[in-house]
Ligand binder design. Structure first.
Ligand SMILES: Nc1ncnc2c1ncn2[C@@H]1O[C@H](COP(=O)(O)OP(=O)(O)OP(=O)(O)O)[C@@H](O)[C@H]1O
Ligand SMILES: [Mg+2]
Length: 237
């Protein structure tokens, strides 16, 4: 598969065209950003870890019947995947209250939620990714029908139903995570982007230690060691 022109550069990945119009290549960068790009850094090897973790999780989800954009991992920093029209909604799934949920609603950090919460944010950096309800999403034309919003929620819950017990078995609490979706050439809604400690929160079940990008957000250090731990636990090492 030939890597062609740069289509888009985001904060964590570069997207490249290929010789197949339906396929693109993501290059996972070592850059780290938080607080909507205000805090910046870089950690050698972070991109490769996220590529490998995402690869394993996309394979797991595909094997469990979730349609994803994943085709294959090409090398340490590159993933080949289906090209979609991105749905500009960040789908947030929460099992335990922390971060902005605790801050905005005053729910004490670490509270186990009575049921899994699924929220929508508008994927719009200029606006600071504000919260959306279904009517906002329809008024903005982010999807065409209510059914599609229901489908996003359903798929996000299915992903949680697969990943939460999977990580629990590996000694990690899946606290919350952000998913992105898009429409493929046939209009099917599929899971896209990446599933990594950059956009999931993992807490060690025994020690409570944070094993995700909060180490960077909160200046805790040891980010790469934590990401390596997550990959090793996925690989059963
Ligand atoms: N299968 C796909 N087809 C097309 N675009 C995709 C696909 N998967 C992910 N993307 C998009 O590619 C970009 C990846 O870049 P990156 O993750 O660095 O973005 P970001 O900086 O986190 O956020 P932003 O999307 O706001 O730039 C994202 O915009 C994502 O929505
Ligand atoms: Mg991203």
């Amino acid at each position: 598969m030939e890597k062609r022109e740069l289509l888009y550069e985001g904060k964590a990945k570069r997207l490249f065209a290929t010789d197949d119009e339906n396929l693109v290549i993501s290059e996972f960068k070592d850059d780290l950003t938080a607080f909507n790009g205000l805090k910046k850094s870089s950690e050698t090897g972070k991109g490769a870890l996220n590529n490998k973790i995402s690869t394993e999780l996309f394979k797991l989800l595909e094997n469990s019947g979730i349609k994803t954009h994943f085709v294959k991992m090409l090398d340490d920093n590159h993933m080949l995947h289906t090209k979609v029209k991105v749905i500009l909604i960040e789908v947030i799934v929460r099992n335990i209250a922390t971060g902005s949920l605790s801050k905005n609603l005053g729910i004490p950090d670490g509270t186990i939620l009575p049921f899994t919460l699924v929220e929508f944010d508008y994927k719009n950096d200029a606006l600071g990714d504000p919260k959306l309800n279904d009517q906002h999403a329809l008024i903005l034309g982010l999807v065409d029908y209510q059914d599609e919003l229901d489908k996003l929620r359903r798929m996000a819950r299915q992903v949680n139903d697969i990943l939460k017990p999977y990580f629990a078995e590996k000694g990690l609490n899946l606290v919350d995570f952000k998913l992105e979706f898009g429409k493929d050439k046939d209009g099917n809604i599929i899971l896209i982007d990446e599933i990594s400690p950059d956009n999931c929160r993992f807490w060690d079940i025994k020690s409570g230690e944070k094993m995700d990008k909060d180490r960077f957000r909160q200046g805790l250090g040891g980010l790469k060691v934590a990401y390596e731990q997550v990959l090793n636990r996925i690989l059963g090492k």
